[in-house]
Design a protein around this ligand. Structure first.
Ligand code: FAD
Length: 430
C-alpha cells in the first residue's frame, strides 16, 4: 500500500496501537490524523485532551512523522485529506458508543463511495466488545461470569511503538489548540504522563491495592483518564500488572471497564434509558440537586467527594458510590442528573463507564442487589476513620476531630458556613 491515513480518536498513543503499528508496517507512507470535531464538547476534559494531542505530536515527530490536525466533521475531513495525499485507506480503532459507531458507519460508507480501504482495529478495550459472548446472548449482563471467561481468554499481544512514521512530503500539519498555563484538574494529559504514572503505580502502588483501595484519603492508580483518552493501552496495563504479585484485584477492575464497554455496545441507550427498568418515583428537586453538585448537602463525606470532583476532576471509586447512592437512593433524584454532572467535571468520564456505573448505583443497571442503599455516615467512619479526607476538602470542618467531623450536627450544631444535613426520606440509622 502506498499511503494510509490513521484516524486517531480516543487512542492518543504510539505504544500498543494496532492500527498505527499495522499501517507503519504495511504502507509506504502514513498520515496520522486527528480531527477536532465541534460536535463534541470535551467540557472540563479539554485541557487534558489538548495536552494529549501535543504529546502525541511530539511522539510522532520523534519518529519522523507528525500529527495532522484538522477541524470539522471527522468523516468529511478524513475523506478530503485522503484525496489530498492520494491515500488508499483510512484506518482507525473501533469504539463502542452510539455516537462513535455512527461515525464509523458513516466513514465506512464514505470510504466505500471513494474506493478507500476502511478498517477498524482493536485497542480501546482489552477484549473487543463482541469478543466474549454468552451462549445465545448479545452480551454478559452480570459481571462475575464475564470475569471468569475474560480472565481465561487469550489476549492479543502488546505491540511496540513504530520505529519510523513516514509522512508524505508537503502535508500541512495544522495548528493545535494551546494549553493554559494552569490546566484544569489533578492530572496532566498525554502518553508520556500516563506511562510515567503506570510505571510508578506498578512499582509502588499495586502490591497494596487489594487491601488499601477503599481508603478514600489515598489515591488509587489514577490511570482512568489516561485510559479514557487511550494515552495508555488497557492491554498493556493488564499485561504488565498481571506479572506482578497482588495483581488480581487490580486486573479485575480493568475487567469491569471491559464489562461496561460490552454492555454499552449491546445497549447503546445506556446513557439515557434504564437498562433494567424500575418503577422509581424520581423527584424533581433542583435545590437539593444543586446542593449536591456544590458540595453543600451538610453530609460531610458527600460534600468532600463533590468538592474534590470540582477541584481535581477525579474522585475515588468509593466516593463515587457514596455520592451516587446518596443522590439516587436518598434524595431520589434521577441518575441522569448525576451522570451529567460527572460528565461535565470528570477527566475520565466516558459513556460506558459513567452510565454503566450510574445505573449500577441507581439500581437500574447490572447490580444484582438493586435495592442497596449506602449509609454515608457508616461509610465515612469506615473509610475515613481519622477524618483526614473530609477535613482536606471541607475547610469549614477543619477543626473538628473524628468521629465528630462526620456528624457535625451532633457535636457542633453551629459550624459557621456549613449547612444542616439533607437526608431525604430514607431513615439514617447510625
Ligand atoms: P483504579 O481503582 O486504580 O482502577 C484501575 C482502572 O480500572 C480504572 O482506571 C478504570 O479504568 C477501571 N475501573 C475501576 N473501577 C471501575 C468501575 N467501577 N467500572 C469500570 N471501570 C473501573 N470510571 C471511568 O473510567 N469513567 C467514568 O466516567 C466513571 N464514572 C463512574 C461513575 C460512578 C457513579 C461510579 C460509582 C464509578 C465510575 N467510574 C468511572 C469507575 C471508577 O470509579 C473509576 O474508574 C476509578 O475511580 C478511577 O480511578 P483509578 O484509575 O485510580 O482506579
Amino acid at each position: 500500500m502506498e499511503t494510509v491515513i490513521v484516524l486517531f480518536t480516543r487512542d492518543l498513543r504510539v505504544h500498543d496501537h494496532p492500527a498505527l503499528a499495522e499501517a507503519c508496517e504495511q504502507a509506504r507512507q502514513v498520515v496520522p490524523l486527528f480531527v477536532i470535531d465541534p460536535a463534541i464538547r470535551p467540557r472540563h476534559r479539554a485541557d487534558f485532551l489538548h495536552e494529549a494531542l501535543h504529546d502525541l505530536r511530539s511522539a510522532l515527530l520523534q519518529r519522523g512523522g507528525d500529527l495532522v490536525v484538522r477541524r470539522g466533521d471527522p468523516v468529511a475531513e478524513a475523506i478530503k485529506l485522503a484525496g489530498e495525499v492520494s491515500a488508499s485507506g483510512i484506518w482507525a480503532s473501533g469504539d463502542v458508543s452510539a455516537f462513535a459507531r455512527r461515525r464509523e458507519r458513516r466513514l465506512a460508507e464514505a470510504c466505500a463511495a471513494h474506493r478507500l480501504d476502511f478498517r477498524l482495529f482493536p485497542g480501546v478495550t482489552v477484549m473487543p466488545p463482541t469478543g466474549l459472548l454468552p451462549a445465545g446472548g448479545t452480551h454478559y449482563r452480570v459481571f462475575t461470569p464475564y470475569w471468569r471467561v475474560w480472565s481465561e481468554a487469550r489476549k492479543r499481544p502488546v505491540l511496540d511503538p513504530p520505529a519510523k512514521v513516514r509522512l508524505p512530503a508537503g502535508v500541512d500539519p495544522g495548528p493545535l489548540p494551546s494549553v493554559p498555563r494552569e490546566p484544569y484538574g489533578l492530572l496532566r494529559g498525554g502518553e508520556t504522563a500516563g506511562r510515567r504514572r503506570l510505571a510508578e503505580w506498578l512499582e509502588r502502588g499495586l502490591a497494596d491495592y487489594g487491601d488499601g483501595r477503599d481508603r478514600v484519603a489515598d489515591r488509587t492508580s489514577l490511570l482512568s483518564a489516561y485510559l479514557r483518552f487511550g494515552c495508555v493501552s488497557p492491554s498493556e496495563v493488564v499485561a504488565r500488572a498481571a506479572r506482578l504479585p497482588g495483581a488480581e484485584a487490580y486486573v479485575r477492575q480493568l475487567c469491569w471497564r471491559d464489562f461496561y464497554y460490552q454492555v454499552a455496545y449491546a445497549f447503546p441507550e445506556l446513557p439515557r434509558r434504564d437498562y433494567r427498568p424500575r418503577d422509581v418515583d424520581w423527584k424533581d428537586d433542583e435545590p437539593s440537586a444543586e446542593a449536591w453538585r456544590e458540595g453543600m448537602t451538610g453530609v460531610p463525606i458527600v460534600d468532600a467527594g463533590m468538592r474534590q470532583l470540582r477541584a481535581e476532576g477525579w474522585m475515588h471509586n468509593r466516593l463515587r458510590l457514596i455520592v451516587g447512592s446518596y443522590l439516587t437512593k436518598r434524595l431520589k433524584i434521577h441518575w441522569r442528573v448525576g451522570l451529567d454532572h460527572f460528565d461535565d467535571l470528570l477527566l475520565d468520564a466516558d459513556i460506558p463507564n459513567n452510565s454503566g456505573n450510574w445505573q449500577w448505583v441507581a439500581g437500574t443497571g447490572n447490580d444484582t442487589r438493586p435495592n442497596r442503599v449506602l449509609n454515608p455516615i457508616r461509610q465515612a467512619r469506615k473509610l475515613d476513620p481519622d477524618g483526614v479526607y473530609v477535613r482536606r476538602y471541607v475547610p469549614e470542618l477543619a477543626d473538628l476531630p473524628a468521629p465528630a467531623v462526620h456528624e457535625p450536627w451532633k457535636h457542633a450544631p453551629s459550624v459557621r458556613g456549613y449547612p444542616a444535613p439533607i437526608f431525604g426520606d430514607v431513615p439514617l440509622i447510625t
